[in-house]
Write a protein that binds this ligand. Structure first.
Ligand code: GDP
Length: 444
């Protein structure tokens, strides 16, 4: 999961200062030493770390913070504001052309995820912006790249324009633009050639394509797992070809997060999207504030709600909320819930978006694999209606029957019963936490 190491360190540091009624300069100094260490360990660019620490320290020892009633909280807010700022402040939207088609050029090194991201981006443009993109295969040096784009196009039902490998990329783009006009495609996404390293010929080719028709966006696709290399690539591309934004891929596997935190500041270009997996729907708009919130363990309810809205039936969600509140959650709901959750992606990612989730005991092990999910379903289906609503009646002879009926072991049944109880407890804790927060707000 993205930022895991950094999140853990920063959250530990924050926990110590959070409740302090008085914060001295020495406290801030001590905290900033830890923050500095955490950022360096996360592979954040050294210059960026220095500036960040300086800014936060200056603001944190300011008179209004020290004199405030909740200095600990104020310091945390400053850290969050500055993290947000570091990652670009506001979310940076896609620039569309006034007169279609909007031209988007995808550039980057080989293996960064350019072709995959071209498909994912087209998907977002269709789903969220109601656009009708044409994908252009302009990587003539790697025949497999053309094929790969065609496969993606087929899978998602997008037209792919290709002239094979014998025509120059500039000519391909010229003809693709004509084709887009004819077919009324309002966006053209050009998948350009990658290289193993930055070289003159590649840069010249990209400049030539730019010269033919100034794109509305030039997105550099970089692999976040390459850390500071990704930052250098971004700086280099920006200085030579010129880019309008960065798409950071493979953030799902990047536990450190150094690239995400440094790129904006070093390359002076915003991160527009992040890749969160290999699937075609695993591209998300990058929201600096939400990301800062997640890193600091404050949760990311907005993204969670958006994810839910995309995947979850609203009526069911309302019913479920009522059941959480009244503690009348049964195994039937559990099954429903499993199915809904399956649609939203990996459970551990979802849980991490909840505020304070890190503090709920046992959640770190809340991983669900497909096989285990199948077993859970089989066990629940083997229960009688009464057992589903009142699991407390499940004694050892009932357990035996259920395990036989579902083709599982008694241990499996026991485990599920325990998970169910844990889940109920967790909900209770969360409802309490929410009510606690509401209470606090009222007191202010
Ligand atoms: P290109 O050479 O830049 O066109 O790279 P590809 O699009 O062929 O991607 C290289 C590999 O990275 C493929 O296996 C992709 O599935 C994988 N990939 C791309 N984006 C992501 C991402 O956000 N997360 C993960 N986990 N894998 C990704």
């Amino acid at each position: 999961m993205a930022f895991e190491g950094l999140a853990e360190r920063l959250q530990g540091t924050i926990q110590r200062i959070k409740g302090k009624g008085k914060v001295s300069e020495a406290d801030v100094k001590e905290m900033m030493r830890e923050v500095r260490f955490a950022l360096i360990e996360a592979d954040v660019n050294l210059k960026v770390v220095k500036e960040f620490v300086k800014k936060v320290s200056e603001r944190a020892v300011g008179a209004d913070v020290m004199k405030s009633l909740t200095p600990g909280q104020q310091v945390i807010k400053i850290v969050k504001d500055e993290l947000t700022e570091l990652m670009g402040g506001d979310q940076s939207p896609i620039q569309f052309a006034n007169k279609p088609p909007t031209v988007i050029m995808m550039v980057g090194l080989q293996g960064a995820g350019k072709t995959t991201t071209t498909g994912k981006l087209a998907n977002i443009l269709r789903k969220k912006y109601n656009r009708n993109p044409l994908l252009v295969a302009a990587d003539i040096y790697r025949p497999a790249a053309i094929q790969q784009l065609q496969t993606i196009g087929k899978q998602l039902s997008f037209p792919v324009f290709s002239l094979g490998t014998d025509v120059s990329p500039v000519e391909i783009v010229r003809q693709a633009l004509e084709k887009a006009k004819e077919d009324h495609n309002d966006v053209v996404i050009i998948d350009t050639a990658g290289r193993l390293h930055i070289d003159e010929a590649l840069m010249q080719e990209l400049k030539d394509i730019r010269a033919l028709k100034e794109p509305d966006e030039v997105f550099l696709v970089v692999d976040s797992m390459t850390g500071q290399d990704a930052v250098n690539v971004a700086q280099n591309f920006n200085e030579t070809v010129g880019i309008t934004g960065v798409i950071l891929t493979k953030l799902d596997g990047d536990t450190r997060g150094g690239a995400a935190l440094s790129i904006r500041s070093v390359a002076q270009k915003p991160i527009k999207f992040v890749g969160m997996g290999e699937k075609m729907d695993a591209l998300e708009a990058f929201h600096p504030e939400r990301m800062a919130s997640r890193i600091l363990g404050m949760g990311d309810m907005l993204s969670l709600i958006e994810k839910a809205q995309e995947n979850v039936d609203e009526e069911k969600a309302k019913e479920l909320e009522e059941k959480f509140r009244t503690q009348s959650f049964t195994f039937d709901d559990f099954i429903d819930q499993l199915n809904q959750v399956k649609k939203m992606g990996p459970l551990e990612d979802i849980i991490k978006m909840l505020p304070g989730a890190g503090k709920i005991k046992g959640l770190e092990n809340a991983k669900v694999d497909e096989k285990q999910m199948g077993r859970m379903e089989a066990i629940i289906y083997a229960m009688t209606p009464q057992e589903k609503t009142t699991p407390s009646i499940i004694n050892s002879s009932r357990k035996k029957r259920i395990s036989k009926g579902s083709g599982t072991s008694i241990q499996d049944v026991n485990r599920l019963l325990k998970q169910f109880e844990d889940m109920k407890k967790m909900m209770k804790q969360m409802t309490n936490m929410q009510q606690g927060q509401k209470g606090k707000k009222k007191m202010k």
